[in-house]
Design a protein around this ligand. Structure first.
Ligand code: LLP
Length: 431
């Protein structure tokens, strides 16, 4: 199996985080997302321990909560002693309601509204990651009006192409995010920021993309950023105390994907960062990283109930399920690979090829094409693996389909962390 939290029982049922998934589907209904708290915590601690050990003792991962944002996960982040990356006042609010200490929150986004900026400052968000000169000026103005001085990082585009899917690659010069070094605008932004009274510049941020398997692109980004830090020190006498290298480490979606050793990757990046600090004559900054996918993806699976089998003679077979792009739009958007299996017949030979089709009135609503599985029957339990990141977070009400229930598994116990939506809750804001 692609992750060590998956096994098959003697009855041929898929077992996830120690629980029988077929039993879970019966108990809670489908579509159902199961999350493995032990796996989430394991990943948090791999990042935290490796970063403290290989970079500096105060270095820290920030969970990029856009990957999956709900109250309970911020409680985990709090107790794991890590920070969070938030991209909206909505995420900040959710973290606050969970009792997360907002001084460990970093507020991202290229289009923060005035009311979001005010909300974040008033509620004590530790750092903003500012994305443009106008945003820095807006933060300065609003902080001033509130009688506060706000700590900020500047988001810089290092001009790196990490060879991942174009829609999730963000570090190159033509990007809606950040300010480029290549065009010199990054230097101008630093100068302007240093002249403002109500913002305190603490360092720089870059994010080069997502689902990146190798660690070399992160080292390339670190090289560019540390040279930038050295240049800025020479030009303006300002030495950054923080360098945020963003998120983006990959996860295994299928057996074809290589195994990833996160600890070794972080060590590899740290070795380069230390050497570069020496080379460029800058002090080792506190390093921040923003893993989202690699914290939650393989801590999640989604269970569906099979609907109808459609065999198109001489062409293709489709099995329909009771969910689809409304809870997992990733194949529709990015043709993302997934491992799909029948959870109630997990030890039967996979000798039948079929495409797993969602329930929406949209041809593109596909979860995965040409999957090999036992010939599916109505009411089989279909499991899609590695769905913890960017599935529920990107869920929609298209076709007025309610969002699924999310159940956490902790030490063999199961409990609801997000209730299943009802028709009533779905229309609760409608007048
Ligand atoms: N930091 C920043 C500034 C980001 O923009 C992102 C992701 C992350 C951290 C977290 O990256 P991760 O470790 O999760 O790769 N919806 C797409 C992914 C979009 C990623 C957006 N930014 C998907 O489903 O693949």
């Amino acid at each position: 199996m692609i992750c060590n939290n998956l096994t098959v029982s003697e009855a041929g049922h898929l077992v996830f985080a120690g629980v029988d998934t077929v039993e879970m589907a019966k108990k809670y209904g489908t579509p159902l997302m199961l999350l493995d708290e032990g796996k989430i915590r394991e990943k948090c601690s791999i990042y935290r321990n490796a970063m403290q050990k290989y970079f500096t003792p105060d270095s820290m991962p920030l969970y990029a909560s856009k990957a999956l944002s709900f109250k309970y996960i911020y409680k985990i982040a709090k107790s794991e002693n890590i920070g969070i990356d938030c991209v909206s006042a909505g995420e900040i609010y959710t973290a606050q309601q969970a009792g997360f200490p907002l001084e460990r929150a970093y507020f991202h986004g290229n289009s923060k509204t005035d009311s979001e900026i005010r909300f974040a400052i008033e509620n004590g968000v530790g750092h903003f990651v500012c994305d443009s000169v106008e945003e820095v000026e807006a933060v300065n103005e609003i902080a001033g009006a509130l009688g506060r001085k706000q700590k900020i990082l500047l988001r810089i585009t290092p001009g790196i192409d990490p060879h991942t899917h174009k829609k999730i690659s963000t570090g190159s010069v033509d990007s809606k995010f950040g300010v480029a070094i290549e065009t010199n605008q990054a230097y101008e932004l630093v100068k302007e920021t240093l002249s403002l009274e109500n913002v305190e510049l603490t360092g720089f941020h870059c994010h080069i993309g997502s689902q990146i398997f190798e660690y070399d692109p992160f080292c390339d980004a670190a090289r560019i950023m540390l040279r930038f830090i050295a240049d800025v020190k020479k030009m303006y006498g300002f030495e950054a105390s923080q360098l945020n290298l963003g998120g983006g480490m990959a996860v295994r979606y299928t057996e074809d994907d290589p195994e990833i050793d996160y600890d070794a990757n972080i060590k590899g990046i740290a070795d380069i960062v230390k050497a570069l600090c020496g080379e460029f004559g800058v002090k080792m900054p506190q390093i921040l990283m923003e893993p989202g996918r690699s914290i939650v993806a393989d801590a999640g699976i989604t269970l569906y109930t099979a609907g109808y089998l459609k065999e198109i003679t001489g062409l293709k077979n489709y099995i329909s399920i009771d969910g689809g792009m409304t809870d997992n739009p990733r194949f529709t958007l990015y043709q993302s690979p997934y491992t799909v299996l029948l959870a109630n017949r997990a030890n039967e030979p996979c000798d039948y090829k079929c495409t797993v089709a969602g329930r929406c009135c949209e041809s593109g609503d596909i979860i995965q094409e040409d999957v090999m599985m036992p010939k599916p029957r109505r009411h089989d339990t279909v499991a899609v693996l590695t769905t913890g990141a960017y599935n529920y977070a990107m869920a929609s009400h298209y076709n007025k389909v309610p969002k699924p229930e999310v159940v956490m598994i902790k030490d063999g116990e199961d409990f609801t962390v997000i209730r299943r939506e009802t028709y009533e809750s779905m229309i609760s804001n409608e007048v």
